[in-house]
Design a protein around this ligand. Structure first.
Ligand SMILES: [Fe+2]
Length: 264
């Protein structure tokens, strides 16, 4: 099938070193590859060469992320998270702090002084037995990220895939199958109610403590951060915090100008 629209974009992303390729899991949605896969023409393309590619093409890469929903760089000789951080640093994307998120993560690159240094964190510290449901990153906050980047240095021996969904397709599906629910959620908005632990619980996929969530040490500091987000809260006897987000939209207009479902 012809992967319209964007043939021009596709050919413009190809260089003497990089080509449009595919992976077995790739599918075609609305005549468009998902994800778009870019690979080196020879297997020895290292991070410096990929960094140069990003410097020259980051605008088009982000346009492709918008058009196709995801861009996968597969088969490049990227040895470490430090190398990946240096590539992202030239991507045109700005970092943002992971404030208000639910996952316990470990810092791999950078320092806790967020935004001053490129930062790479683990996706989730919980054990493989914990299911990570599909979600929109930081949708429970007023200012979710525009892009998210995953780096895999080493495949697991089995499983270990990162599933992705196109949220504009979810919107279409809901419109078709659950239009009343969708309409109600758009009309009223959504609120997130959570009991957040005082200490990180790495056994849970959503075990991030309020101390880590807001990068604070005291309840008073957490309250300042929650107030800034428009959250309300209730402290529980054991130190946990029951948080209620402000009303947030259940859908967004995406970068293509269509609607995407966007709840956590
Ligand atoms: Fe996430």
């Amino acid at each position: 099938m012809d992967p319209q629209p964007s043939n021009h974009l596709l050919s413009s992303l190809e260089t003497p070193l990089v080509q449009v390729s595919s992976i077995p899991e790739q599918i075609i949605i609305k005549s468009s590859y998902f994800p778009l896969v870019l690979s080196p023409r020879s297997p020895s393309m290292n991070f410096l060469q990929l960094q140069e590619y990003f410097i020259a093409n980051h605008t088009k890469i982000l346009e492709a992320a918008s058009q196709f929903g995801a861009v996968m760089f597969s088969g490049f000789d990227i040895r470490s998270a430090e190398e990946w951080a240096s590539i992202l640093f030239k991507s045109g994307m700005k970092e943002m702090p992971y404030i208000g998120g639910a996952a316990v993560r470990r810092l791999i690159v950078g320092t806790e002084e967020r935004l001053l240094n490129p930062q790479i964190v683990t996706t989730n510290e919980s054990p493989p037995s914990q299911v990570i449901p599909f979600h929109h990153e930081l949708a429970q906050t007023p200012d979710p990220c525009s892009h998210i980047s995953f780096f895999c240095a080493e495949n697991t021996s089995e499983g270990g895939s990162t599933p992705l969904l196109r949220s504009d397709i979810i919107y279409d599906w809901l419109k078709e199958n659950h239009s009343k629910l969708l309409d109600e959620s758009e009309k009223h908005g959504v609120q997130y109610v959570r009991v957040v632990p005082e200490v990180d619980d790495p056994e849970s996929a959503i075990g991030r403590s309020w101390k880590s969530m807001f990068n604070v040490k005291t309840k008073e500091e957490a309250e300042v951060a929650m107030k800034a987000k428009g959250w309300t809260w209730q402290w529980l006897e054991n130190g946990d915090c029951r948080t209620v987000s402000r009303l947030l939209p259940s859908t967004i207009v995406n970068s293509k100008g269509t609607k995407s479902f966007s709840i956590r």
